[in-house]
Design a binder for this molecule. Structure first.
Ligand SMILES: [Zn+2]
Length: 320
C-alpha cells in the first residue's frame, strides 16, 4: 500500500507518469516527466519548453545525442537526486508507463517535428550490461553538461572518483577518458581524468590505447619522460647504494680503531699493575754490589703513544 504523503511525492509521479506535461523521446522510448520538476534543474530544458521552439508546443523533446539508458539515469536524478548506474529498464504496463518509460515505434518517434536537440549522434552502446561503470558515469556527466544540470555533473564525477578508488582498471580508464574528452565539456571531469592519468602513468604508457587518448606525439613525449624518470631513479638508487657501502666501510674502520685503542689501554694498565706489584714486593736490590737499603722509583720508557713503565733502584738505577 502506498503511504499517504502531505505534499507532492515526486517519485510516485515519476513512476506513474500521471500529470506529465513533458515527454523525452530517445531510442524509441518515452520518458514522461513534469516541467515543474525538470525545468528548475535544467536551464536548457526550461528554455526549450518555454520559448518559441517546437518543443514548447508539442511538449516532446527528442534526444538523439545520448542513449536511452543515460536519459533514464538523468530522469532518475531529476526526481530523486541520485541514479543507479545499472538499473535495467522496466517493461511498460497496460495503462501507463512504469518508470514513465514507454516504448514507441520508430515511425512515431521520427515522424515528429525536427527537434532542437538533433545533431551529430554519438555512438550508442550496444550492450549496456558490459559497459564499465566509469563509462556510464562519463555519459551521465555528458548529458548533465549538455542540459546544464550542475548537480548531476558533480554527482557523476563523484561516482567516477569512487569507482577508480575502489578498482583501478587502465583499459577502462582509457576508454572512459577518451569519451570524456570527446563528448563532455566539463572541465572538472577533464581535470580529474588528467590527474588520474598522471597518478597511473607507468601503467598507461605501456598501453597502445594511450595514443588514442592523447595522440602519437604526446604519447611519445610521455614515454620518453617516463624513461628519463626511470633512469634518474636508477641513478639515485646507485648513489644510495654507494653511500651505504662507504658508510659500512667507515663503520668497520671505526670498530678496528676502537678495538686497537682498547687493547693498548689494556696493555698500559697491565704494565702499571706489574710495576706497582713489584714495587710492593721487592725488598732488596738484585744488584749484589748495591748494599744500600732498597729504594726505588718508576720510570716511563717508550713513546707517549703507548707509554711503558719500569721499576729502578734509587741507588744503582738497575732495572727490576
Ligand atoms: Zn741497587
Amino acid at each position: 500500500m502506498a503511504a499517504v504523503h502531505a505534499g507532492v511525492d515526486f517519485k510516485t509521479m515519476l513512476r506513474s507518469g500521471q500529470f506529465s506535461d513533458l515527454t523525452l523521446v530517445c531510442e524509441g522510448k518515452e520518458f514522461k516527466i513534469h516541467k515543474v520538476v525538470a525545468c528548475p534543474q535544467s536551464p536548457v530544458l526550461s528554455a526549450a519548453v518555454s520559448g518559441e521552439f517546437k518543443e514548447s508546443q508539442t511538449g516532446v523533446v527528442q534526444i538523439e545525442l545520448f542513449d536511452s539508458e543515460t536519459v533514464r539515469r538523468m530522469v532518475e536524478y531529476l526526481y530523486t537526486g541520485n541514479y543507479d548506474p545499472n538499473q535495467p529498464p522496466k517493461p511498460p504496463t497496460q495503462n501507463y508507463t512504469v518508470g514513465s518509460i514507454q516504448d514507441v515505434t520508430p515511425a512515431k518517434s521520427t515522424s515528429g517535428p525536427a527537434p532542437k536537440t538533433t545533431s551529430a549522434a554519438l555512438p550508442v552502446p550496444v550492450a549496456a550490461a558490459s559497459t564499465p561503470d566509469t563509462l556510464i558515469h562519463v555519459r551521465v556527466n555528458a548529458i548533465a553538461d549538455y542540459y546544464g544540470i550542475q548537480g548531476l555533473t558533480l554527482l557523476a564525477n563523484q561516482k567516477i572518483q569512487q569507482a577508480y578508488q575502489a578498482k583501478w582498471d587502465a583499459k577502462a580508464f582509457l576508454t572512459s577518458a577518451k569519451e570524456a574528452l570527446d563528448n563532455t565539456g566539463d572541465k572538472k571531469l577533464h581535470g580529474m581524468m588528467a590527474l588520474l592519468a598522471a597518478q597511473h602513468l607507468e601503467e598507461l604508457i605501456a598501453s597502445p590505447q594511450l595514443a588514442d587518448l592523447v595522440g602519437d606525439f604526446a604519447a611519445d613525449i610521455l614515454r620518453y619522460h617516463a624513461h628519463k624518470l626511470e633512469a634518474s631513479k636508477q641513478e639515485q638508487l646507485q648513489i644510495i647504494r654507494q653511500e651505504q657501502v662507504a658508510a659500512q666501510t667507515r663503520q668497520v674502520e671505526v670498530q678496528a680503531q676502537t678495538q686497537a685503542a682498547e687493547a693498548k689501554t689494556g696493555r698500559v694498565i697491565a704494565n702499571i699493575g706489574r710495576v706497582v706489584t713489584m714495587m710492593c714486593e721487592r725488598q732488596y736490590c738484585r744488584n749484589n754490589a748495591c748494599g744500600e737499603d732498597f729504594g726505588c722509583y718508576i720510570e716511563q720508557v717508550g713513546g707517549t703513544d703507548e707509554p711503558s713503565y719500569v721499576l729502578r733502584c734509587s741507588w744503582c738505577r738497575c732495572r727490576h
